[in-house]
Design a protein around this ligand. Structure first.
Ligand code: ZN
Ligand code: ZN
Length: 165
């Protein structure tokens, strides 16, 4: 053991303190470097290799049909839960057949409803999002008929009032 190693062994706290201080003073630089590294080809490759390895271990390709089935079932369950929470029927015509029911954005902001500003939320991902966000109250249930009818009738379902073109 050389002199420095000896000293380091007896001054662990001091060294820790020093690194902490150095890090907090250079935080931005560290972050910047980490960001740069994240974007390199090497880092991307490493991430993809890790992902592949994980998949091969935990989700072998032979079972792909099973996973797909599980995912579908989970999606159906989520949809059923969301529909139940919003009353279970079309708020306009009382249609209760789940196969007809959809989520309606009361303020017509469905087109801009995005996850982290990236992809538009629809289908199964919309249901998961609703659950995660504890059933926001600017959403409601409409059946396909009322949904489309509303779109073709200037925002009001033709069940209520026919708006002349
Ligand atoms: Zn309806
Ligand atoms: Zn209607």
């Amino acid at each position: 053991m050389n002199y420095y190693q000896e000293w380091a062994k007896n001054n662990k706290e001091k060294i820790k303190e020093y690194h902490k201080k150095y890090y907090s003073e250079n935080k931005e630089k560290y972050k910047e470097n980490a960001k740069k590294y994240f974007l390199t080809e090497r880092a991307r490759k490493m991430r993809s290799e890790r992902r592949q390895k994980y998949r091969a271990e935990k989700r072998p390709y032979e079972n792909r049909n099973l996973y797909r089935k599980e995912e579908m079932e989970r999606g159906q369950k989520n949809k059923a839960l969301v529909i139940l929470k919003y009353g279970g029927v079309c708020v306009c015509c009382n249609e209760s057949n789940k196969k007809f029911l959809t989520i309606d954005h009361i303020n017509d902001d469905g087109k801009t409803h995005k996850d982290n500003g990236k992809t538009r939320l629809k289908g199964m991902r919309l249901y998961t999002w609703i659950i995660k966000n504890e059933f926001p109250n600017d959403l409601r249930i409409l059946c396909f008929n009322c949904n489309i009818g509303r779109r073709n009738n200037k925002g009001e379902c033709p069940h209520k009032e026919i708006v002349p073109c």
